[in-house]
Design a protein around this ligand. Structure first.
Ligand code: AMP
Ligand code: ZN
Length: 471
């Protein structure tokens, strides 16, 4: 008998071929995934969390399809530099200076915070291996050594570099225009590098300065370049050739391009079969990033009484390859929908039903088609409205789907009493009050607040948004 996981085809978009491809695992019924994780010098912002929610949904989809999944998320706790071109400040040392702590304390604090965010987003820690870059220095040194031995490197004053001209297909993955890069190079670019795209494998510690993080190596005291850690950690745990590698689209032209070059050259075999990249979550200024220090994080949402699972629902409403322009307005719309869903499940949670096969088929078609989460969510609403199915079966079917979506629907529907469903007429008054405030018509906005309170709801204004609780 064909195992049932093989009975449906899984299609994934592969950045390497720029095409949707049928997924074929290296080992039957098994999938090995490596996801680039956080640099732990600051809190994760909502964009970083988009990347990990995507990775977790991918893992859940494979579990749903019957695969056994090995999934790695690395923790970058050794300072890579603020610039992709191997100069600039060390991010970890920068974080340590900002807070007057040691780099090791900074790494521990922000790793713990990251784990906490994952738990709040229903990402089970025990489903993953989380290797730390600082725990795999010998493996990184061994990989660099094999590149040195094979003649792929050269040494200049500040470190050992990978010579990208020795890997002829270097530009292919990201379709790089090397000539264009060369002419657009900044004046500050390391002039001793042979080619603009060459990158550091090992950086030497400055002679006159003791770094907080440095290690002995065959080439002297120093620290690894950023890219080598992912090649070394994935090789250590998954072997030199594995199924899927994920990360944000920012990693395509440099980090993942460099990973491919050094892994293929060191191991003499293909590195990864499917590369999957999640698009950006943007704020008003563009790509949300940690370096400007002023960013939205899960704590911001918690302070506004927004459940992190609402954020997960919000993310899944957009396909992972599409950009999201973050706004509180759209997040609140997702909150209303999520709460309505929980209210429905709460009302019917005690009835025992069966999974409706036709809906399950449609759900699988959506999820196995390059993780079509928006279609999968729309299907849930279609099912709720379907008068030909009974509520018990609907609830069982939705709970079954949620093992893939990870929205915590069962647990949430059991504690629904804390959730406020805002009736349409209150929402209208809230919209009116928002407009009044934008027009600085504070008398009218106060009148509306009183009116809303009379109808049983209290408003708290946080971060320019109106949060509503029941009296
Ligand atoms: P970092 O902590 O900056 O090394 O990033 C961790 C992960 O988040 C990487 O996979 C990045 O590509 C991803 N990432 C960073 N910024 C964003 C963003 N604004 N939207 C989506 N993913 C992002
Ligand atoms: Zn990486």
């Amino acid at each position: 008998m064909v195992p049932w996981c093989m009975s449906k085809t899984i299609i994934l978009y592969n950045t390497a071929s720029k095409k949707e491809e049928v997924f074929t695992p290296i080992e039957t019924d098994k999938v090995a995934i490596y996801s680039c994780g956080p640099t732990v010098y600051h809190y994760p912002h909502l964009g970083n969390l988009r990347a990990v929610v995507f990775a977790d949904t991918l893992r859940r989809m494979f579990m749903f399809a019957g695969y056994s999944v090995t999934h790695i998320i690395n923790i970058t706790d050794v300072g890579h530099l603020t610039s992709d071109s191997d100069d600039g400040d060390d991010k970890m040392e920068k974080g340590a200076a900002r807070e007057g702590k040691s780099v090791w304390d900074i790494a521990k604090f922000y790793t713990d915070d990251y784990f906490n965010s994952l738990k709040l987003l229903n990402i089970p820690l025990d489903a993953y291996t989380f290797p730390r870059a600082t725990d795999t220095i010998p493996e990184q040194i061994a990989l660099i050594q094999s590149l040195v031995d094979k003649g792929y490197t050269y040494t200049i004053t500040d470190g050992i570099y990978f010579d990208t001209s020795k890997f002829p297909s270097y530009a292919d993955f990201a379709h790089l225009d090397i000539k264009g890069l060369q002419s657009g190079a900044r004046v500050t670019e390391n002039a001793k590098k042979k080619n603009i795209t060459d990158f550091a494998l090992w950086k030497f510690s400055p002679k006159d300065e003791q770094r907080q993080m440095e290690w002995d190596s065959p080439w002297g005291k120093g620290f690894p370049g950023w890219h080598i850690e992912c090649s070394a950690m994935s090789k250590k745990i998954l072997g030199p050739h594995f199924d899927i590698h994920t990360g944000g689209i920012d990693h395509i032209p440099v980090h993942h391009t460099n990973e491919i070059a050094q892994s293929v050259c060191a191991n003499d075999e293909k590195y990864v079969n499917y590369w999957m990249h999640v698009n950006f979550l943007n704020d008003a200024s563009g790509k949300m990033s940690k370096s400007n220090g002023d960013f939205l994080r899960l704590q911001t949402l918690l302070e506004m009484n927004i459940d992190p699972l609402v954020y997960r629902y919000y993310l899944l409403m957009t396909h992972y390859r599409a950009e999201i322009a973050f706004s509180f307005e759209s997040l609140h719309a997702a909150e209303t929908a999520y709460n309505k869903l929980i209210a429905y499940l709460h009302e019917h949670r005690d009835s025992e039903g069966v999974v409706i096969e036709s809906y399950k088929n449609a759900f699988e078609d959506a999820m196995y088609n390059d993780l079509g989460t928006p279609t999968a969510i729309a299907l849930i609403w279609k099912l709720i409205k379907d008068t030909t199915c009974n509520d018990a079966d609907k609830v069982s079917t939705i709970f079954d789907f949620d093992s893939t979506l990870g929205l915590g629907l069962k647990e949430q529907s059991e504690k629904k009493d804390e959730i406020v469903i805002i009736p349409d007429e209150i929402q209208k008054l809230l919209n009116e009050r928002k407009t009044a405030k934008e027009n600085k018509d504070y008398n009218h906005s106060d009148q509306l607040r009183t009116e809303i309170e009379k109808r049983g709801y209290i408003i708290t204004d946080t971060q320019g948004e109106q949060k509503v609780t029941k009296i």
